[in-house]
Design a protein around this ligand. Structure first.
Ligand code: ADP
Ligand code: MG
Length: 532
């Protein structure tokens, strides 16, 4: 079906003019198909992706069908979050630019209820609200549902995911049986169909799929990983690409919390965004993400839906998404506003079949990539550091330091290149210390990073014969003694014993914590190693 012009849709001049002022030239596919059906009074389920104009698809017919003379509540629009409620009501206000006889009010948690009650008293014909706050008003009898004729369940999948099912039920029982109900959703599930069977009457199902599902300026790749190497793989890729902002998508809330803990434990600025957070907490997290205090946002699909941040460099699918649509939604968080972006998916074993489905669905190729090796990361970090050095030279103001180096050259008879090399070594020791070994790709036991001067070498009476690997030790020290895994230096594992370099300041903590703890199920004895 061709996209329709707004003039061709039986809409009043006031509305068409307002929509034109908004810069809408023609209706989007979901609008072209849904508007006339809704204006005919039918119930519908509308499915189309985020950003395809669903608000106008239900909003324009809603505003046309209202009776401006009747000051009682006529339309109820339920949205999953405060942001969406505000967004929808702002859009409605624009549609109403040339119609001043219709009052629209958003109601959501977090805003003083008294103010909402006062606004409601003045007479409101359209309410756009979150289920929780709407119920609140119903309980207080500040919202009378008996005159409602038109109900919209917007972003229904998201509302279900957020656990609003019971609330929706309660609300729907209070609106008159005699009404029109329309439901919009970006994805379709059995739960959604179930909901539609309960509350919609002979609904027409309108589905729009886009031909081009993904944006061309996103580089899409996947990494073949094991479940347990995902945390290491994630850190390694982040180290490799140094994204300013990235989003890590997980399939469950529990998973989100795990990943955040792992990332924070390794010194990354990461925080969680999921449905268990209160609105105020979410706002805070999002604000920190926007201003860069958090570099990595770890999120569930639902929580991330409304995110509006333009400069996300990488989207990680830490878990392969369960729904093809989710993949499209997720990666659409990067490569926005003309920028380029990357989407990396972790794929475990048979999940490759799911990924092939996604490729078929999105009609794009997702290319396999190898995880960066430690030497890749070393190279990149060295190069970055050298770039910084060049910048510092360019900035100038180095005379004080030139003098110190000059003295070393003259008095100690050292070569300037040797001094520079030693400084580089010291600096890189700080930058390149990693808390994972290289057996993601191949089974080495060496951990990267040399111990600097302030490091103390510890002796552990267990080694290869006890199947101890570097990461077991790092894990035990980090977990039991609470020291940052990144701070641990060189680990040398021999058959019966192991040497580990740790920062001097942590020695006491480690010795105390490890007194009663085990590594790989073995009780170990740890001592400060004798100097070579
Ligand atoms: P959805 O609910 O499907 O995610 P929205 O209704 O929020 O999408 O619309 C996404 C954006 O597209 C909004 O900025 C909206 O103003 C704009 N938009 C909607 N319809 C049109 C149209 N016909 N032409 C141009 N822009 C549109
Ligand atoms: Mg929407």
């Amino acid at each position: 079906m061709e996209n329709l012009k707004f003039e061709e849709m039986n809409l009043s001049d006031d509305i068409v003019r307002a929509v034109k002022d908004m810069g809408f030239e023609e209706a989007t596919p979901i609008q072209s198909q849904a508007i006339s059906v809704i204006m005919d009074g039918k119930d519908i389920i509308g499915q189309s992706q985020t950003g395809t104009g669903k608000t106008a698809a239900f909003g324009l017919p809603c505003l046309e069908m209202l009776d401006p003379e009747n000051k009682s509540l006529q339309a109820l629009i339920l949205c999953p979050t405060r942001e969406l409620a505000i967004q929808v009501s702002e859009e409605f206000r624009k549609f109403l630019k040339y119609k001043d006889n219709i009052k629209v009010l958003p109601i959501y948690g977090g805003q003083p209820i008294d103010r909402q009650i006062a606004a409601l008293r003045k007479g409101v014909q359209v309410i756009i609200g979150t289920p929780g706050r709407v119920m609140d008003h119903m309980r207080r009898h500040t919202l009378k549902m008996s005159t409602v004729k038109y109900v919209v369940l917007d972003e229904a999948d998201e509302m279900l995911d957020m656990g609003f099912r019971d609330d929706i039920e309660t609300i729907m029982l209070k609106v008159p049986e005699e009404r029109q109900t329309v439901m919009f959703s970006a994805t379709m599930s059995n739960e959604i169909l179930d909901l539609s069977k309960r509350y919609l009457k002979k609904p027409e199902y309108i589905k729009v799929t886009r031909k081009e599902l993904t944006v061309p300026n996103i580089e899409q790749s996947y990494f073949d990983v094991k479940e347990k190497t995902k945390p290491d793989a994630l850190c390694r890729i982040i180290d490799m690409y140094s994204p300013k902002l990235s989003i890590v998508f997980c399939n469950t809330k529990k998973r989100v919390d795990e990943v955040v803990e792992q990332l924070q434990g390794r010194g990354y600025f990461a925080e969680a965004l999921h449905g268990d957070l209160k609105q105020a907490q979410r706002d805070k997290v999002m604000q920190k993400f926007r201003n860069g205090t958090i570099e990595i946002l770890v999120a569930t699909d639902v929580a991330a839906r409304g995110i509006d941040v333009d400069d996300v460099d990488i989207v990680f699918n830490y878990d392969v998404p369960q729904d093809d649509e989710y993949y499209v939604h997720r990666i659409g968080r990067t490569g926005r506003a003309g920028r380029s972006g990357r989407a990396f998916t972790f794929c475990v074993g048979k999940e490759i079949y799911k990924l092939r489905d996604i490729m078929r669905y999105t009609k794009t190729k997702i290319i396999q990539k190898k995880l960066p090796t430690l030497s890749d990361i070393e190279e990149i970090k060295t190069n970055n550091f050298l770039d910084q050095v060049k910048d510092v030279i360019e900035e100038g103001g180095l005379s004080k330091y030139v003098e110190i180096v000059g003295n070393m050259v003259n008095d100690d008879e050292l070569a300037a290149t040797d001094i520079a090399a030693a400084l580089l070594k010291l600096a890189l020791n700080d930058i390149i210390s990693s808390d994972f070994d290289d057996d993601i790709n191949y089974g080495g036991t060496e951990i990267y990073g040399d111990a600097g001067d302030s490091m103390v070498r510890l002796f552990i009476n267990a080694g290869k014969k006890n199947k101890i690997r570097a990461k077991d030790i790092v894990g035990a020290f980090a977990g039991e003694a609470g020291i940052p895994g990144k701070s641990i230096g060189h680990v040398d594992i021999y058959d019966d014993y192991t040497f580990v370099d740790v920062p001097g300041e942590y020695v006491k903590d480690i010795m105390t914590a490890m007194k009663n703890s085990k590594i790989k199920g073995k009780k170990v004895n740890i001592e400060i190693a004798k100097k070579k």
